[in-house]
Design a protein around this ligand. Structure first.
Ligand SMILES: *Cc1c(COP(=O)(O)O)cnc(C)c1O
Length: 472
């Protein structure tokens, strides 16, 4: 399948669809203002589009974008599943968005939703208590490691190191460093899993925690997880579970049962909410009974006749305002309630089946296996980033590239349960077409989207986030 993306160009300009602010054609006089003169202006230019112009503007912008509503989006580790729109309808209800400073007695429904979501997530992860506050997976990691740190300090047991496998997500290393720990990096064994001997050698009296995701970022289940948990616990450390890969285990296995003490859930990956471009998300954190009194404040609990906030006894404090990123949590609640136990287990089964089917279909080498919800193919001798750009020309979003580094020119691919066999076959055809192409074609790709190859380094390091910067 070839994909030609719409491209809307202003007549007098190389650039695409002009911003509304560039079409400003109404001068508004500002008369009375309660603010001091130096803070106000006399007039303001505002765009004044007719309704059809406005509708066309946003439709055109959406046509120059690529999302899961355009085609498959197998961005590994990110779980870019299609999110059913009923969750949006529920989150948009007026009674789903009340001011959190209202008296508790007038917001019992909201508190009940918090409490039920805490309970659902606790049961899904095998955890005794859950906070909804952290606004992203990375924020959940930071919260979880702060809880681990507070626990050790409470026991007068200062520790200085966090152990992390080399296949882990970059946020794990950043979290440990931001929390003031030395990072001890653990090499994977030849199978792509944790090497238990290397782990035993790395942990000791200074180990505050091991951070691990299971299945790992290669999509491989850590079969020795019980032994791994024993090694860390025997040394007095805690086990942190990076929940980004929970889509592989949903309704089938629980981190709490594997020996993990604290975990985050990437609600925006596993339980609906479109994400990307930095948000919005939510990263609730689950803990065992032993750690529950260290959770952020406020926490929601059930009391006779209703629900209330309270501050856990040894709380680490606030990590975000109120209960967290609220509409994202409402969507997660709606998604879990609609799917139920059987639906969640079915989702993980299909996610795993789809990853294994796709891994079998493609001609790129896939060095490890068998997989759970994702697999890592090797584009070598092609450059993985160039191959990924070319996939856009075939109407599919590329996989995650060049990570984990243990696979040469990695294409980390996660089709998710949302794709049908038809779209998996489309994906496989795109991979295979790109696998046949020469370096020159790949280096100049993509040809067909509205935006050609952009300078990713400049885009990341020198973003121009204001329309005013366009004129500079
Ligand atoms: C996405 C991800 C994270 C970080 O989560 P955010 O919600 O993006 O902050 C951590 N670990 C893994 C394995 C991930 O895929």
């Amino acid at each position: 399948m070839i994909f030609d993306q719409a491209r809307w160009t202003a007549d007098d300009d190389e650039r695409y669809e002009p911003l509304l602010s560039e079409k400003a054609d109404r001068e508004v006089e500002i008369e009375d203002s309660p603010l001091p003169d130096e803070l106000t202006r006399d007039s303001l230019s505002l765009p004044d589009p007719a309704e059809p112009e406005l509708a066309r503007h946003y439709t055109r912008l959406s046509q120059m974008n690529y999302g899961v509503e355009n085609g498959p989006f197998p961005l590994g580790s990110c779980t870019m599943k299609y999110n059913p729109s009923f969750t949006e309808t529920i989150a948009a209800r007026e009674d789903a968005a009340i001011h959190p400073d209202r008296p508790e007695s007038t917001m019992q429904g909201t508190l009940a939703l918090c409490h039920r979501l805490q309970d659902y997530l606790g049961r899904i992860g095998g955890m005794d208590a859950v906070t909804l506050q952290p606004p992203a997976g990375a924020a959940g990691e930071f919260t979880g490691i702060q809880i681990a740190k507070a626990y050790h300090q409470h026991n007068d047991d200062e520790r200085s190191e966090v152990v992390i496998p080399d296949s882990a997500h970059g946020t794990n290393f950043a979290t440990a460093a931001m929390a003031g720990y030395e990072v001890v990096e653990l090499p994977s064994d030849d199978d792509g899993r944790v090497d238990v001997d290397a782990l035993s050698a790395a942990v000791g009296e200074e180990t505050a925690a091991l951070m691990l995701t299971n299945p790992n970022t290669l999509g491989l289940f850590e079969r020795d997880i019980e032994e791994i948990a024993d090694v860390v616990h025997d040394a007095g450390g805690l086990l942190y579970y990076d929940g980004a890969n929970l889509n592989a285990l949903l309704g089938r296995a629980r981190p709490g049962d594997m020996g993990f003490d604290v975990m985050h859930y990437n609600v925006h990956k596993t339980f609906a909410t479109p994400h990307g471009g930095g948000g919005p998300g939510a990263g609730p954190v689950g803990v065992t009974e032993e750690l529950a009194e260290f959770l952020p404040d406020p926490h929601v609990r059930e009391v006779s006749g209703g629900y209330e906030h309270y501050a856990p006894e040894h709380s680490i404090g606030k990590v975000h305002g109120y209960y967290g990123n609220w509409p994202v949590l409402v969507k997660a609640f709606a998604y879990i309630a609609r799917l139920g136990d059987a639906g969640l287990a079915d989702a993980s089964a299909k996610a795993v089946l789809n990853a294994n089917y796709l891994a079998e279909q493609i001609s790129y080498d896939v060095p490890f296996g068998p997989f759970h919800h994702e697999f890592v193919a090797s584009a070598a001798p092609q450059d993985a980033a160039d191959a990924a750009k070319r996939m856009l020309d075939y109407g599919v979003h590329p996989p995650t590239t060049k990570w984990p580094e243990i696979v040469d020119e990695a294409l980390m691919t996660e089709p998710t349960e949302a794709e049908s066999k038809r779209s998996l076959d489309q994906l496989a055809a795109a991979f295979d077409a790109v696998a046949e192409e020469d370096d020159a074609t790949l280096a100049s790709a993509p040809e067909r989207p509205a935006a050609k190859r952009i300078d990713q380094v400049v885009a990341a390091r020198e973003p121009r986030l204001s329309w005013q910067a366009l004129g500079e």
